[in-house]
Design a protein around this ligand. Sequence first.
Ligand code: PRX
Length: 675
Amino acid sequence: MGKQRGFIESKLKENRVFYPSIDFAQKANIDTDELERLKKWAEMDWEGFWRYFAVKKIHWFKRFEEVLDDSNPPFFRFFPGGKLNASYNCLDRHIKSWRKNKAAIIWESENGETRIMTYQELYIEVNKFANVLKTLGIKKGDRVIIYMPMIPEAAVAMLASARIGAIHSVVFGGFSSEALRDRINDAKPKVIITADGGFRNGKAIPLKSKVDEAMEELDYKVDYVVVVRHIDRDIHMKPLRDFWYQDLMSDPDYAQIYCHPEAVESNNPLFILYTSGSTGKPKGIVHSTAGYLLWTMLTMKWVFDIKDEDTFWCTADIGWITGHSYGVYGPLAMGATTVMYEGVPTYPTPAKWWELVEKHSINILYTAPTAIRALMRLGNEWVLKHNLTSLRLLGSVGEPINPEAWMWYYTTIGNERAPIVDTWWQTETGGHMITTLPGAQAAKPGSAGTPLPGIFADVVDTEGKKINDPDKGGLLVITKPWPSMLLTIWGDDKKYIDVYWKKFEDKGYYFAGDGARKDSDGYFWIMGRVDDVLNVSGHRIGTMEVESALVSHRYVAEAAVVGRPDEITGEAIVAFVVLKEGVDKSRHDEMVRELREHVQKQIGPIAKPQEIIFTDALPKTRSGKIMRRLLRDIAAGRQINQDTSTLEDATVLDKLTELKQKLEEEMNKNNSSNK
Ligand code: PRX
């Protein structure tokens, strides 16, 4: 088994169970009986189950021919032959109803500026921008890269791209120009939509200049860059390539008010989203239109218990899958009001989020354990300043939530009234897979819950045999295709097969890359990644990505990157670096700083190692494989009690042990001086 987290060790003590209140359960979209009915239905008539919901939930221009085309596994295609448009489903059908003047997006900035866009306003903005894209020559199937701060125009760009059948790829605004360049080279977009910059922690952060940097040394020509004026600074605009969004949108030649939605086939890619894997290069996860949309809608209804009167806030950036599924597509397709906040939780004060909850009377809050832990640490006084009684449901995503953070979320934020849904899923799954339903099931702090109706997941051993012993750990697999599953990896069908399907080829299971166990109630306890992927603040970072960034620096001969448990971020990045011959080590602190900055420049601040340790050699097996488990122990300051007989050079271990002792001494010294 792969990494063992602190979280796993505490599980034995964790046997608390929390039931929803009678009031919540009575009003819930799905109660216990309904959940049982749905589960049975999906087991007995799997196709009928999906057919029913697909017909009921989606507006089709043309009905699909069958539920699943499984003639070419693992390239499963749901609802083949159907024709639809995602932006039509998110907008047009609502403006034909009483929701026309309902708030679609409530946006707020750090300084308290608010913008509210109704469905009608969003509809017009999306139509106009879709026409702008068309005028720029963007057609069905073309790629559109969106590199934006958290402003409504980001959602507009996504929906406008969907409206004309183009494929968007949102690149997280915190990624560096190098990371952006890699994604441009892979997706080959015709246009990039960006902003002059965004605001974070009280500062204006430039974005367009990063696009310019990324475009230098590009193997490929991007036709246009559309720039939203947001921070209002003077920036360089390249003639005939760069255009201001506001100029195009006010030009009647470009931005006519209605754009006919392109009817695309169910499996026409809606978007590509890059995510880290265990290899150096991020993978472009491709999602479908119909299956993806259907599942985001159903999970909004079942898991988030969404009602028309709710104000829903998913705090994730649109650069991540959570922001796609539960910040934009899920809520808008359901006609809900979604909140968008541009900034950090702690600026101008650590009460900012709670101020937002009170001001907008937010009913459902969905966030990540890392944020919960960071806010918990700042003390209850910030929370208690605000009235949070509007909150009726809380959600967690991205990593296992430790019971202490769970309890704080439950008592201090939810006032012991709001159930918590701990949702396990991935960029690849498109939507929630394992969770409890808030009005139908009890929650256990630290456990995600059970597979949703229609989803079939299990824990198996390395041979693919189901593990029936409750509490015995194994590998998490999905045993049946599901509508919002990824279609492939962009431009790399082989990798799609190799990464997700090869491992349990004979069984046809999807391998999620996570370890898990199932308790005697069938609740899943996720144990973290079993591959070389780190989870820092709920974001996946491949160890290889950071390693290749490090070795691209002129000082570095070799690097190995591992995760160390961290109280706030879940995992922190620790890098062991072997310097090149002749590099002067006397400037230790300066070199560490330089290397950390180098990684930040290559990937972005989230990948910056928290610690860099210089070593003369790395522990390797005789076949040359780095023994990361040893390094993980060292990084965490744990006793090395593993089999080291396969080490190629045993003296490396002595040196590392010495290093570890030195580190511990330093840590103790720091701790005592902090007291
Ligand atoms: O390891 C699991 C962890 O996050 C991984 C997926 O990361 P990403 O594709 O970036 O998507 C994050 C948001 C959906 C998973 O393989 N993970 C996600 N949610 C949970 C989780 N681990 C434990 N509990 C969760 N609720």
